[in-house]
Design a protein around this ligand. Structure first.
Ligand code: DAH
Length: 340
């Protein structure tokens, strides 16, 4: 019997408790409901009476030493665990990374600010648009080939034809339907076209539409407004030129170039040695468009323009690959300071 007690005593002392699992194993083996010391107590019956007292004491000591080892190991493990998570208050704090605004947001804000200064408000419309606002009210007849100018993502064909808007010109219709002239507003937003993605084309991009409707608005007002915009955006030396063009919703229509800010119009590969860069489309709002939105085309006239935000950003930041704007690569995005 004494041999057995010695054996267990030895087991207790060499048992290596170095983690929670081994602590639990120890507990089950020496202190659990079916532990090995209990088994010894069961054998006490067969011990001669004169030895019972001594053996009993030895077994009690065995139980105590198992309990003590368990308690001290538990405390030791708990302390070492909390050592790992102790906070060193003297350590310098992790640096807080300050994000930067997306280049397209920066350019859009700048465009909005420039037009705010001359009294243009901001209005917005839905990206999922019906045929009326995206095409019909803008003077695109049902089978008009001009609809092919824009490859549309249709969502529902049939009676309620819905599509992702192909331009923000749809918002000018919504504004004219809801407000009375004088109207002076710009509409920034995302537009969608069914195009293969490449450096020069994308299936979604951003535009800012402009609309000014009042009595006696003239082409000269349009030209001066756009010159003001170009000089605010690209510097006071910037010049513009208008080339005749065609859009169903404006008559006459023009495309506007700004003098190349990269080579000062001397000619470079960005402006393809012409000294000019195309930045937007514009024109006098077609009377049909005014009438479609219940504005009296005899009493009121107006101009409209539409520009691509990526295009302006490309000229401002010399980013030539359109895909970079939507790839969310932090190395690209963090190069643009917000200036805020
Ligand atoms: N909506 C045209 C486009 O997406 C841009 C545009 C051209 C808008 C002429 C206008 C405009 O308001 O007058 O290409």
């Amino acid at each position: 019997m004494k041999e057995k007690i010695k054996g267990i005593e030895n087991e207790i002392s060499v048992f290596d408790i170095n983690n929670v699992e081994s602590l639990e194993k120890f507990r089950i083996h020496f202190l659990g409901s079916k532990n090995c010391i209990k088994d010894l107590f069961a054998e006490l019956k067969s011990v001669p009476n004169e030895e019972k007292k001594e053996i009993g004491q030895l077994m009690n000591a065995l139980r105590t030493s198992a309990q003590e080892k368990f308690d001290s190991s538990k405390i030791r493990l708990e302390n070492s665990a909390s050592d790992d998570t102790k906070i060193d208050l003297s350590r310098p704090a992790d640096q807080i990374e300050i994000g930067s605004r997306h280049p397209l947001s920066l350019v859009r804000s700048e465009i909005i600010e420039i037009f705010n200064r001359i009294g243009f408000t901001v209005s917005e419309g839905p990206e999922i648009e019906d045929d009326w606002h995206n095409f019909s009210a803008l003077n695109f007849p049902p089978e008009h080939p001009a609809r092919d100018m824009q490859d549309t993502f249709f969502i529902e064909k049939g009676e309620t034809e819905m599509a992702l808007r192909t331009h923000t010109s749809s918002v000018q219709v919504r504004v004219m339907e809801n407000e009375k002239p004088p109207i002076r507003t710009i509409s920034p937003g995302r537009v969608y076209r069914n195009e293969a993605i490449s450096a020069r084309a994308h299936c979604f991009f951003h535009q800012v539409e402009g609309l000014y409707i009042d009595k006696d608005v003239s082409f000269a007002d349009l030209k001066q407004t756009l010159l003001y915009f170009a000089q605010e955006m690209f510097g006071e030396k910037a010049q513009i030129r208008l080339r005749p063009s065609y859009f169903p919703f404006t008559e006459p229509s023009a495309e506007v170039d700004v003098s190349c800010t990269i080579c000062n119009s001397k000619g470079c590969n960005v402006c393809k040695y012409t000294g000019w860069l195309e930045i937007l489309g514009c024109g006098m709002v077609d009377p049909n468009v005014l009438e479609a939105s219940n504005i009296d085309s005899k009493a009121f006239s107006g101009f409209a323009f539409g520009m691509g935000v990526e295009r302006i950003a490309q000229l401002k930041y010399r980013v030539n690959d359109l895909r970079l704007y939507s790839e969310n690569d932090v190395r690209f995005l963090k190069q643009f300071s917000s200036g805020m």
